[in-house]
Design a binder for this molecule. Structure first.
Ligand SMILES: Cc1ncc(COP(=O)(O)O)c(C=O)c1O
Length: 409
């Protein structure tokens, strides 16, 4: 970003294509990308590139290449994992109950809802007020009929990271399958299926400097996890996801994932430093509520501004590309289901911003964002009766009529 252009702090929504990713894709976009299923030399050349990309994605997870299924993104991977596994388990008479978190991405929640229409039952575990969910709460939601538990590695709105190892232990002890939506995790928090007994893991390329429209589902082979496919066609991806594999897209995803792995330590330090700067800047505005935890993924900060009207705030943030709630739901004016589940009153949930940082983010951009937000919040509070009550010493809980503990930063 230039000094005068918009400050982009929406890396959890999507990331720019990495320069080395574009270079890796270029030959497959400019020249002939053969069909990797074709037996001739052009096809075999494409198949070799796809195999290399598959090995790179597998390597990033500690998986083997034959455990990676290409999809169009994490939405499709979530659908395939949840519906595919639940339907297969049910057909084998193993049960009809699923457990997920009330704070999951819509791709997970809507997949579960679709299964409810088929007769499955779903328990959505509510979070604590800081967005966390304990392994004990997940375990308590499981029944003898539970076939699948779906939990994301990093919440896309709050950055909260559940204790996946503890959850996995409880799920495996129960004999159910574990699906992890890791769309926000790649390159930000470590995830290794050689140590973590997850059965299914959803990934998306465009969240980690790869192209949009491609993702992958890890499907454990040892012990083998079986899925009913959602699509039927030419038998590609072992029949789990038929359709011609898009060579340029998957090569781009392979390059992006390899870059994430290579730079994980450096990127992690960069994001931690920027998050610290952002939180310190927001704290100076005063009366800002943190929606999440300080030990969450370093790329996401979600905050609410008491005494501020949400729509008015959004209107004053020209020059900032940030998200109010989840970008995937930007067309829906309802307050975020995640913040609601965390007990935020609707008025406060509306007056919330998710700021998400990336590799290209600079300290200067963070400072400019804080200045724009601080000016907007100060202006709106200037004529806010709610802010007057808070300034006069009333508590946020009494002003907003909630018992939820709300932590200022
Ligand atoms: C946690 C999570 N799951 C799933 C998705 C959907 O990913 P995609 O855009 O690749 O379909 C997103 C993107 O917003 C996400 O953050």
């Amino acid at each position: 970003m230039t000094d005068t252009g918009p400050v982009y702090l929406d890396y959890a929504a999507t990331t720019p294509l990495g320069p080395e990713v574009l270079e890796a894709m270029r030959p497959w976009l400019e020249g002939l990308a053969g069909n990797p299923a074709s037996a001739h030399a052009v096809g075999r050349h494409a198949a070799a590139a796809v195999a290399q990309a598959r090995a790179r994605v597998a390597g990033a997870l500690g998986a083997s290449a034959d455990e990676i299924v290409w999809t169009s993104g994490a939405t499709e991977a979530d659908n395939l994992a949840i519906k595919g596994a639940a339907r297969h388990q049910h057909a084998r008479g193993r049960g009809d109950h699923l457990v997920t978190l009330a704070t999951e991405h819509r791709a997970v929640l809507a997949s579960c809802e679709a299964l409810e229409h088929e007769g499955f039952t779903v328990t959505r575990v509510p979070p604590e007020s800081d967005g966390s969910v304990s392994a004990g709460a997940v375990a308590a939601a499981m029944t003898a009929r539970t076939v699948l538990v779906s939990v994301s590695a990093v919440n896309n709105e709050t950055g909260v990271t559940p204790d996946l190892a503890a959850i996995a232990e409880r799920v495996k002890g129960h004999g159910a399958l574990l699906h992890v939506d890791a769309a926000q995790a790649l390159g930000r928090v470590p995830l290794d299926v050689s140590g973590l007994p997850a059965d299914l893991v959803s990934l998306s390329a465009h969240k980690c400097y790869g192209p949009q429209g491609v993702g992958a589902l890890y499907v454990r082979r040892r012990p083998r996890v079986r899925l009913m496919p959602l699509l039927h066609g030419g038998g590609q991806e072992g029949g789990l996801r038929p359709g011609t594999v898009p060579v340029a897209q998957v090569v781009g995803m392979g390059a992006a994932v390899a870059r994430c792995v290579r730079n994980a330590a450096r990127d992690g330090r960069h994001l931690e430093a920027l998050r610290g700067r952002l939180l310190a800047g927001l704290a100076e505005i005063g009366g800002v509520i943190l929606n999440g935890r300080r030990d969450g993924s370093p790329h996401i900060v979600n905050v609410s501004f008491p005494g501020v009207h949400g729509a008015a705030l959004a209107g004053l943030l020209d020059g900032l590309a940030v998200s109010a709630g989840s970008a995937c739901e930007a067309a829906v004016p309802a307050p975020s289901h995640v913040l609601r589940a965390m007990g935020r009153p609707d008025a406060l949930a509306h007056a919330s911003l998710r700021l998400s940082l990336g590799g290209p983010t600079t300290a200067g951009e963070v400072d400019r964002a804080v200045a724009v937000i601080g000016a907007a919040v100060g202006h709106l509070r200037g004529f806010s009766p709610v802010w007057q009550r808070l300034a006069a010493g009333e508590t946020i809980q009494s002003v907003y009529g909630t018992r939820t503990p709300l932590v200022s930063i």
